[in-house]
Design a protein around this ligand. Structure first.
Ligand code: ZN
Ligand code: ZN
Length: 81
């Protein structure tokens, strides 16, 4: 499956995130914002620093306002399926 977001939107989300996971899923083990460290070049990889640009609304448009930078731990816990 190709990435939902084009590279420029993913990069903008990464910059907005300050390089930290933006997940707010309260079913995860973090309280509030996750803030796990993300490494920009590790997008799409299940490795330390890995992350992906995930839509808030999967039926929504591929724009920054619908985009969250999410770490691999939160992806594994069911964010942004
Ligand atoms: Zn996270
Ligand atoms: Zn999370």
């Amino acid at each position: 499956m190709p990435p939902f977001f084009p590279d420029d939107v993913a990069k903008a989300a990464f910059i907005r995130s300050d390089g930290e996971c933006e997940c707010l899923n309260n079913t995860h083990k973090h309280y509030g914002r996750c803030n796990n460290h993300l490494t920009f070049v590790m997008r799409g990889l299940d490795l330390p620093g890995g992350w992906e640009a995930v839509p808030i609304d999967a039926a929504g448009p591929p724009v920054l306002s619908n985009c969250q930078a999410i770490c691999r731990d939160c992806l594994a816990n069911g964010n942004g399926s």
